[in-house]
Design a protein around this ligand. Structure first.
Ligand SMILES: NC(=O)c1ccc[n+]([C@@H]2O[C@H](COP(=O)([O-])OP(=O)(O)OC[C@H]3O[C@@H](n4cnc5c(N)ncnc54)[C@H](OP(=O)(O)O)[C@@H]3O)[C@@H](O)[C@H]2O)c1
Length: 741
């Protein structure tokens, strides 16, 4: 009884397919029921300490569909041969760049726009209002109140939006002051989160555009307003989770010039659903679009970065921290201090310190919360007092709190920012003259990851902090990592999901090797990840196109160049045109079953019954996108990402594809289909005289059109040859549609 109720509640709270299991059921409450409940959460990725429940035994791989004793697990790519023969990770390396965009053709703006303004930002609000009104838009201003929670704001939005609006423009991100009660959270970040939530609650499905000023650097220089960069990274995830009501991000220059206003309105015009720009920076030099590009780095150097003094590894008791520490000893680090909140109590921490000492580095493990400035200062003081002071920092402390934007609260934002962002700021402020300051950022900030908005914001803070350190001439390296193997937060369900999205697990030794190259070459801010673009690009753009990937060839190839698709599209239509309806249905159902079997790792289409719901076959949102991508390639059609959910069985889906493929090919086929229907209606109904003559004249008029749009001369000829009755009918028919009032 309880479990069903709890599931309902969680699903109403927006939790997708929650796992709820009970250990005590009627007539089923013994040990095996308990084991079955533990197994139920285990297969959903929850770590169960089986050793404390079961007698010793060995782990065995279990197939998900336990019949016919056929192995169903997709074959993991064996590490060994995937392990790079050489340590060349050049195709794992990316960086963010800003591409100059053409000056906007039209700057006009239509409709009414709601401008949401934080208290105390009247001047820029006025500039925005003038800019929009000059281009033809109507502007309604709503001043936000910092104490407003989502309920209060939703009520005010509903009031402010009686008439339909074209879009929402938010200036909330400009407010970098700390949020009351959550000192590490900028008010603007929390305000943007609450606005996105309140717009959803108030059901205002229009594009939300988030404005910042100088929160990004388009030329590699310093970033003037680093705390606004957190909102950039956070808001990118709003776009991934709510593509239907997301506009984009626009960074304004501190000083407006004549062009700024028109460039702003032109950017708001960008039709994101059609691949329009959704991450824009307006500068005096022009308008720039954010792009991910491959980077070969500044080339191998003979110099090797060698640690001296003491290397502080925050998060040193974690997965990545451990791999990096082992590498530091190999690079001859004299002293390594591992720190985390649990410090020596962390599992494996003491053993790790012993291993490092064995390899020649003096090692200590300290407990300190780097999100706490006092504790961080005390830790640095202890290190300086007990040996060489800190000469380099590896800031790996962090927590990946996952969950949808719609379910987030300020405390979770603070939880995400605490270790990573605040920790980095404390270390930045409390250390000097370091020879390396390395922060472990994430792809969640570089390209964005659904369900990781707070985490993305924290990583966004890291990237910008390093940009500013380097602009000040201080050491700084920020690597936005893809997925690490070898333990850490990428383990378990999170890692599984990322891998299935196309984020391949990196062998930690190879990843550490990539980090070494970055340090040897003294590179600044980049991203390193082993990305399978054939999988990742379709998933990443499933909900809507993203110009961010426009310069990644593999991504563009994976998203399918239209010529190829058009070619295969017409090939399919040609093929179907040669079949009768039954043949078409059979052919397409077989195609869908075969592709579905491949995605699920089955050896043949036989394992995919034609009328079995995809959901029961084991499809989830990720494999659903896989199937859609394969069917796009096979049919040349652009099929919706929600295909598997809208057309739930192979047969139903095949019928949908047929309707698209045949219609796709020619208006002729469509017209034929409609005529067939009309014929059926005409043949079964009976008409009175008026109806008959009306229909006749319309059909004749239609016939005339089909005959190639009867030329005036032809009409004259026709009129000349028309009988009196026909003339009266014609005139009557034409007059019937004219309303004289
Ligand atoms: N693993 C990946 O695939 C991956 C990918 C991209 C980025 N990264 C980044 O790499 C870093 C390391 O990740 P990981 O996989 O090694 O994660 P992990 O195993 O969970 O380790 C995180 C470490 O941070 C420490 N920590 C958390 N909050 C802290 C705080 N307030 N003060 C001090 N220490 C704190 C944790 O120890 P306590 O809980 O005891 O404090 C733990 O030692 C993280 O910043 C992560 O975001 C990892």
């Amino acid at each position: 009884m309880l479990t069903a109720g709890v599931i309902d509640i969680l699903e109403n709270l927006g939790r997708d397919e929650p796992t709820v299991t009970g250990t005590l059921r009627r007539d089923d409450g013994d040990a095996s029921r308990l084991l079955a409940s533990l197994a139920a959460v285990h297969v959903r990725g929850i770590a169960v300490d089986w050793a404390s429940v079961l007698p010793a035994g060995e782990k065995v791989a279990l197939p998900t569909y336990a019949f016919q004793r056929r192995r169903y697990w997709p074959e993991p790519v064996p590490r060994t041969h995937r392990q790079r023969k050489t340590l060349d990770t050049s195709d794992w390396r990316y960086r963010i760049t800003w591409t100059a965009l053409p000056e906007p053709a039209s700057t006009e703006l239509f409709g009414t726009w709601l401008l949401v303004v934080p208290p105390g930002f009247g001047a820029i609000a006025e500039s925005c209002t003038q800019a929009l009104m000059q281009q033809g838009a109507e502007v309604r201003v709503l001043e936000a109140r910092n104490q407003d929670d989502r309920v209060a704001l939703a009520a005010r939005l509903t009031q402010a939006v009686e008439e339909p609006i074209a879009g929402v423009l938010s200036l909330l991100a400009l407010d970098e002051t700390p949020m009351a009660g959550f000192g590490s959270v900028p008010q603007g970040l929390a305000g943007t989160m609450i606005l996105a939530q309140a717009l959803g609650d108030a059901e205002i499905p229009v594009p939300l555009w988030v404005l910042t000023t100088e929160a990004v650097s388009t030329d590699g220089g310093a970033v003037t307003n680093p705390r606004q960069a957190e909102t950039w990274a956070f808001a990118r995830v709003i776009g991934l989770e709510h593509p239907d009501r997301w506009g984009g991000l626009i960074d304004l220059p501190a000083q407006w010039d004549a062009a700024t206003a028109t460039r702003l309105t032109a950017s708001l015009n960008s039709v994101v659903v059609e691949g329009g720009e959704d991450q824009v920076a307006i500068r005096v030099e022009g308008v720039f679009g954010r792009r991910l590009v491959r980077t070969t780095g500044s080339g191998k150097t003979d110099e090797q970065w060698t640690p001296s003094g003491t290397v502080l590894v925050t998060g040193g008791t974690g997965g990545v921290g451990g791999h990096v520490s082992r590498w530091l000893t190999e690079r001859g680090a004299p002293r390594i201090v591992l720190s985390s909140r649990s410090g020596p109590r962390a599992s494996g921490a003491v053993a790790m310190a012993a291993e490092l000492a064995e390899k020649g580095s003096e090692a200590s493990v300290l407990a300190a919360d780097v999100g706490d400035r006092v504790q961080t200062a005390a830790m640095l003081d202890w290190i300086a007092a007990s040996g060489p002071a800190v000469s380099s920092v590896m800031h790996a402390a962090g927590a990946g709190l996952a969950g949808p934007v719609d379910g987030m609260v300020p405390a979770e934002l603070e939880g995400s920012l605490n270790a990573k962002a605040l920790g980095a700021m404390h270390l930045d402020e409390l250390t000097q003259d370091l020879d390396a300051f390395v922060v472990f950022s994430s792809g969640a900030a570089a390209w964005g990851s659904g369900q990781l908005s707070g985490y993305a914001a924290a990583n966004g803070a890291l990237d910008v902090l390093v940009e500013n350190r380097r602009a000040r001439g201080e050491a700084g390296t920020s690597v936005a990592w893809g997925l690490w193997g070898g333990g850490g937060m990428g383990e378990g369900l999170a890692g599984d999901v990322l891998q299935r999205m196309g984020m391949r697990e990196m062998d930690p030794r190879v990843a550490v090797g990539a980090l070494a190259e970055v340090l040897d070459a003294d590179e600044g801010v980049l991203a390193i990840g082993d990305i399978d673009w054939d999988r990742f690009a379709p998933v990443f753009t499933a909900q809507r196109p993203s110009p961010l990937l426009a310069l990644i060839d593999e991504a563009q190839r994976a998203l399918g160049t239209t010529e190829e698709e058009a070619a295969s599209g017409s090939a399919l239509a040609e093929r179907l045109a040669g079949m009768d309806r039954v043949g078409q249905d059979e052919y397409l159902t077989e195609l869908v079953r075969t592709e579905a079997a491949t995605v699920l790792g089955h050896s043949s289409a036989e394992d995919v019954p034609p009328d079995r719901p995809f959901k029961d076959l084991g499809f989830d949102s990720l494999t659903a996108v896989d199937l859609r991508t394969r069917l796009n390639a096979a049919t040349g059609l652009k099929l919706p990402a929600t295909l598997v959910f809208d057309y739930p069985t192979p047969v139903v889906l095949a019928d949908f594809i047929r309707s698209r493929a045949v219609d796709e090919k020619s208006d002729y086929a469509m017209a034929l289909a409609e005529l067939k229907k009309l014929e059926a209606v005409l043949s079964r109904a009976s008409w009175n005289t008026d109806e008959r003559s009306d229909l006749t004249s319309r059909l004749e008029a239609l016939g005339g059109k089909v005959r190639g749009g009867t030329q005036p001369a032809d009409i004259d000829r026709e009129l000349e040859s028309a009988t009196d009755d026909e003339m009266f009918d014609l005139v009557e028919a034409e007059l019937r549609d004219v309303d004289f009032d």
